[in-house]
Design a protein around this ligand. Structure first.
Ligand code: ATR
Length: 270
């Protein structure tokens, strides 16, 4: 692409910068939509986050994706955090509107749209594994769509607090999965990330459910492999990332990014 004085700058702040596929995905979508913008990755340690946001303001950066470990801390540096992001308690997207920086959360809608491609969520029985930050976005979205949500976590007290906060239907330990019949199962724990482990016993996996893993490295986790072997339908966490990226582009430009292009760019960036 040709960078001109009018080219807008967007990016992602995270630490450590590691391997993020967001620049590849967003730049591909910008090119396909003919949007004159570039998207870069910025390695920002926690103690520099305030400086980074002030810098983004001064430089007129149009949109910043916010990743680990900044999703909570970034909120105090913004002019406004929308109601949904406040309820989830995390911001993964900062969009400039005029001189104001507005925080939102597209993680929840990304996950929900990925699931909705396969299943209607209203009235479904959903189990969320984990009770951390990623679980909050999922539980918010599933409850918002009218699913009956049970939260299972290694530390059940954390699952209980989350269940109470979001009016979920139940909670428990990961080992109780077999006691909760479900149509949709989503892993939000970090188990399986760059390791061949699953958070749950394969024998407890539901045979007819849609199983999604928010871990996408490796692309097919142990959990997804186990679920497939049980006959369940599986969905890679890649789709959560793809749909949340499309939502970020919509927030900034009001344009519809192609899911296929985002997906191809994700694959090519490995
Ligand atoms: P995130 O914001 O990515 O969700 P987090 O808030 O640190 O990160 O939450 C991590 C989640 O993974 C938690 O649900 C955690 O369980 P605990 O609440 O019991 O800590 C879960 N988790 C991490 N390592 C785990 C492991 N080895 N076995 C089971 N669950 C694990």
């Amino acid at each position: 692409m040709r960078i001109t004085p009018n080219t807008d700058v967007c990016g992602i702040v995270l630490h450590p910068v590691g391997h993020t596929r967001s620049p590849a995905m967003h730049n591909a979508a910008f090119a396909a939509l003919g949007i004159d913008a570039v998207y870069a990755a910025f390695d920002v340690p926690p103690e520099r986050l305030g400086d980074a946001v002030r810098g983004a303001r001064a430089l007129g950066i149009r949109q910043l994706a916010v990743s680990i470990p900044h999703k909570v801390a970034v909120m105090e540096h913004l002019d406004e955090v929308d109601a949904t992001a406040r309820q989830i308690g995390a911001v993964n997207t900062v969009t400039r509107q005029g001189d104001r920086l507005i925080g939102s959360n597209t993680d929840w809608i990304g996950a929900i749209q990925a699931l909705e491609r396969e299943r209607k969520l209203a009235g479904t029985r959903a189990v969320v594994l984990g009770a951390g930050g990623a679980a909050r976005a999922l539980v918010y979205g599933l409850v918002e769509r009218g699913a009956e949500v049970v939260i299972l976590n290694r530390t059940p007290a954390r699952a209980q607090r989350l269940a109470e906060e979001f009016s979920a239907a139940g909670y428990g330990a990961l080992s109780t999965l077999g006691d909760h019949p479900c149509d949709v199962l989503v892993n939000t724990t970090s188990v399986g990330l760059r390791s061949d482990e699953s958070p749950v016993d394969p024998a407890a996996l539901p045979k007819t459910a849609l199983v999604m893993d928010s871990v996408y490295d490796p692309i097919e986790t142990r959990l997804l492999r186990d679920a497939k072997q049980r006959g369940a339908q599986t969905l890679s966490g890649k789709w959560m990332l793809v749909y949340q990226a499309a939502e970020q582009i919509r927030l900034w430009t009001n344009r519809e990014a192609s899911v296929d292009i985002l997906s191809q760019a994700f694959d090519a960036a490995k």
